[in-house]
Ligand binder design. Sequence first.
Ligand code: NI
Length: 165
Amino acid sequence: MYPDPVLRNKTARVEKIDSSLDRLIDDMVATMHAAPGVGLAANQVGIPLQLAVIDISSRENEGQRHPLLVIINPELLSLEGAVAEEEGCLSIPDYAEKVKRAAKVKVRAQDRTGKPFEIEAEGLLAKALQHEIDHLNGLLFVDRLSPLKKNIFKRRYKKFAVEKE
Ligand code: NI
């Protein structure tokens, strides 16, 4: 949870894909679905590795559901266009704001068996990929807000955190 420093550090490459990583992936998928959220990065559950899970199917129509995506050691190969849409984050509850992102992305990663793959995405999937890859680089969506909105966030969130105690 914000402002935990584990969210601020760059995560390390996954070198070993074994049964313990497999269990971590299953746990992350369960945590994401229970939240409920559409994406979760390993450092959000305190594990500083380049691993994230994404499942946007709950926000899609039956005709065009993307399958669950596991991305290990992901790299953004290309970014195209620009959109500004509302975003939230499981690590920053009760806060959402419009964030400027690329409209289309191309990502290279390894799947849960270690096999490399490339994916091109737009819409919500492009947004989720960028959001999760940001997490793995120690970035949060609030870092992408204008200085003015960032200040409003900091003040509101501080107030919210205090009220909750
Ligand atoms: Ni997030």
